[in-house]
Design a protein around this ligand. Structure first.
Ligand code: NAP
Length: 280
């Protein structure tokens, strides 16, 4: 039976570490969170982020903009926040309403305040192995592996999904740690055969029951990034949890796995931004 990787407990530990460091600073870090429209899921995420800031002693500001906000208005706000020394991180909650150009918006955030790690400058830094902000979800996965003493070097890692926010940066971060990485997506033939080769399997697809026990190698590490709703409306991942847990060496639950770690890593990135801005 697999050992459960407790993301909730680990996230609490990471946030407590951030809180201790912030407590010792005379100039505390600041995060601005922008939400456009009234997407209920986005509202839940933003509330969570504000709560995390409170727990860590990080100053936070929320900008809740109306659904009809124009590109010009949003870019103007970002420009203003880019210039404010009390704000170290700027986060625009995605998705944005259809009239807004997401690429241009992410490009407008100063790379030095891009705590989500989505600006092309930070994507390039990850690609070339230079220090920069790493996207929170894959960074949270790496932290989980580290905390549980799971070494990616020399292991075969299979990443399911190739999105810009999870799959691709996850693959690069594993590669950075000397893993051999296979990236799978919707056009990958025989997904099961690819998965069975994985020492570490990271699933970030968004399909209930995608990863079945016969797709997982005995003793593998299984990380479930997905956040889906099953037929009963219950939060679940991509992995068929019970049967896979019976075969794997380590497994993350959903909820209580990668989700809380994603939030904790945003606090880590905000602290890093503040330090880079000379706050101590
Ligand atoms: P996304 O942009 O929709 O990407 C999904 C990826 O899965 C795509 O690359 C897609 O391939 C691939 N895919 C779709 N069907 C597949 C199949 N049958 N076999 C193999 N690959 C398949 O999603 P995302 O934003 O990366 O998020 C993925 C999941 O993670 C979602 O459930 C999301 O809610 C969750 N998530 C969780 C957190 C967290 O904090 N825990 C954070 C972010 C996302 P193509 O590229 O070929 O279309």
């Amino acid at each position: 039976m697999a050992l459960l990787i407790d993301g909730k407990e680990l996230a609490a530990k990471v946030k407590a570490q951030v809180a201790r460091q912030v407590e010792e600073m005379t100039d505390r870090p600041g995060l601005a969170v922008i939400i456009v429209g009234d997407n209920p899921a986005s509202r839940v995420y933003v509330n969570g982020k504000k709560r995390d800031c409170g727990e860590c002693g990080i100053y936070s500001e929320e900008y809740a903009l109306p659904e009809q906000t124009t590109q010009h208005e949003l870019l103007e706000l970002i420009g203003e926040l880019n210039g404010r020394p009390d704000i170290d991180g700027i986060l625009v909650q995605l998705p944005l309403p259809a009239q807004l150009d997401e690429k241009q918006v992410l490009l407008a955030i100063s790379p030095e305040k891009d705590v989500d790690g989505f600006h092309p400058m930070n994507v390039g830094r990850l690609m070339t192995g230079e220090p920069g902000f790493r996207p929170c979800t894959p960074a949270g996965v790496m932290r989980m592996l580290d905390e549980y003493g799971i070494e990616p070097e020399g292991r075969h890692c299979v990443v399911l999904g190739r999105s810009n926010i999870v799959g691709k940066p996850q693959a690069l971060m594993l590669l950075e740690r000397n893993a051999t990485v296979t990236v799978c997506h919707s056009r990958t033939p025989d997904l099961a055969a690819q998965c069975r080769r994985a020492d570490i399997l990271v699933s970030a697809v968004g399909k209930v029951g995608l990863v079945k026990a016969d797709m997982v190698k005995e003793g593998a590490v299984v990380i479930d990034v997905a956040m889906n709703r099953n037929e009963a409306g219950k939060l679940c991942g991509d992995v068929d949890f019970e049967p896979v847990a019976a075969k794997a060496a380590y497994i993350t639950p959903v909820p209580g796995g990668v989700g809380p770690m994603t939030r904790a890593m945003l606090m880590v990135n905000t602290l890093q931004a503040a330090r880079q801005h000379g706050k101590s």
